[in-house]
Design a binder for this molecule. Structure first.
Ligand SMILES: NC(=O)c1ccc[n+]([C@@H]2O[C@H](COP(=O)([O-])OP(=O)(O)OC[C@H]3O[C@@H](n4cnc5c(N)ncnc54)[C@H](O)[C@@H]3O)[C@@H](O)[C@H]2O)c1
Length: 273
C-alpha cells in the first residue's frame, strides 16, 4: 500500500475559502474565535443578541483582516430567529463550513436561590441554543454536501463543579454529551462535532460576574484576579480568550480531520487539581 500524500503543515491550518458562523461572537471568547478564523482566511458571520456590539466587533475584525465579517443579530434561544439567521449567513456566503456554538450564560446563584427563570434561561441559551445552532448549521452543511466542522464551547464545569453554578454545570455537561451524540450521527456526512472546555478565562462576562462570585460564596470563592484564586490554577494565570481561539482554529481545520466527539480542555491544568 502506498503512503498517502502529506499536505504541507501550513495548508492544514488555513481556513481560506471557508465560511464560518460564530454565536456570541461580539465579545469574549466568541470575538477572539471570530478574529482568529478571519486571520486564518475564513469569512465569518458573527451572530450575537447584542446588535451594537456585534456590529462594532465585526467592523473592527473585517478592517484588520480584510475578510468578510458580517454582524447578525439573533438570540440563540429564539429558534425562528436563530434558524433564519443561520440560513441567511449560508445564503450570503453560498455555503457554511464551520459553526461554533459559543453563546452561553453563567449567572451565579447558590442552588437554593435558583428559581425557574434562572434555570430555564440558562438551559435555553447554553444547552438548547447549542443544539439548535448545530442542527441548523448541519442542515446547511448537508445541503452543500462537503461536510463541515461544528465546535461547541463547553466548560471544565461539565466535569468539575464551579460552585454556585449547578444550573450551568448541568447545561455544560449536556453540551459535552450532545457533541458526542451528534458526532456519532453526522460522521457519515463528513461533519465533525467537538467541544472545547475552557477553564478560567478572562472575558467581559467573567469580569462582570466577579462581584457576584464574592457575594454568592465569599467563603470559598474570590475575584478571579485575586492571587489566591490564581494560585489554584497550575499554570498560575487566567486564560485569555485567544488561548481558546487558538485551539478552535485547530479543531475546525484540516489538521483535525479525524477528530470527532472529543472534548479538548483549555484550562491551564485546572482539571488536574
Ligand atoms: N469565560 C470563561 O471563564 C468561560 C469558561 C468556560 C466556558 N465558557 C463559555 O464560553 C462561552 C463564552 O463565554 P464568555 O466568557 O466569552 O462570555 P461573554 O459574556 O464575555 O460573551 C458572550 C457573548 O455572547 C452573547 N450572548 C449571550 N447570550 C446570547 C444569546 N442568547 N444569543 C446570542 N448571543 C448571546 C453576548 O452578547 C456576548 O457578546 C460561553 O458558552 C461560556 O459558558 C466561558
Amino acid at each position: 500500500m502506498s503512503e498517502p500524500t502529506l499536505s504541507a503543515l501550513a495548508t492544514l491550518f488555513t481556513l481560506t475559502g471557508r465560511a464560518a458562523l460564530v454565536t456570541g461572537g461580539a465579545r469574549g471568547i466568541g470575538a477572539a474565535i471570530t478574529a482568529r478564523f478571519a486571520e486564518a482566511g475564513a469569512d465569518v458571520a458573527l451572530l450575537d443578541s447584542d446588535g451594537e456590539a456585534a456590529q462594532a466587533t465585526a467592523q473592527a475584525i473585517a478592517t484588520r483582516t480584510g475578510r468578510r465579517v458580517m454582524a447578525m443579530v439573533a438570540d440563540v434561544a429564539d429558534l425562528p430567529s436563530l434558524r433564519a439567521t443561520i440560513e441567511a449567513a449560508a445564503t450570503l456566503y453560498g455555503r457554511l463550513d464551520i459553526c461554533v456554538a459559543n453563546a452561553g450564560i453563567y449567572p451565579f446563584a447558590a442552588a437554593l436561590a435558583v428559581d425557574e427563570a434562572i434555570w430555564d434561561r440558562t438551559q435555553d441559551v447554553t444547552l438548547k441554543g447549542a443544539f439548535f445552532t448545530s442542527q441548523a448549521a448541519a442542515r446547511q452543511m448537508m445541503t452543500h454536501g462537503q461536510g463541515g466542522r461544528i465546535l461547541m464551547i463547553g466548560s471544565t464545569s461539565s466535569t468539575r463543579p464551579s460552585g454556585n453554578l449547578a444550573h450551568y454545570d448541568a447545561a455544560k455537561a449536556g453540551v459535552r454529551m450532545l457533541a458526542r451524540s451528534l458526532a456519532l450521527e453526522w460522521a457519515r456526512y463528513g461533519i465533525t462535532v467537538n467541544v472545547i472546555a475552557p477553564g478560567e478565562i478572562d472575558t467581559p462576562g467573567t469580569r462582570a460576574n466577579a462581584v457576584d462570585i464574592v457575594q454568592a460564596d465569599g467563603a470559598t470563592l474570590v475575584d478571579m484576579h485575586d492571587p489566591a484564586f490564581l494560585a489554584r490554577i497550575p499554570m498560575g494565570r487566567l486564560g485569555t480568550a485567544d488561548d481558546v481561539a487558538r485551539a478552535a482554529v485547530f479543531l475546525v481545520s484540516d489538521a483535525a480531520s479525524y477528530i470527532t466527539g472529543a472534548t479538548l480542555s483549555v484550562d491551564g491544568g485546572i482539571l488536574l487539581t
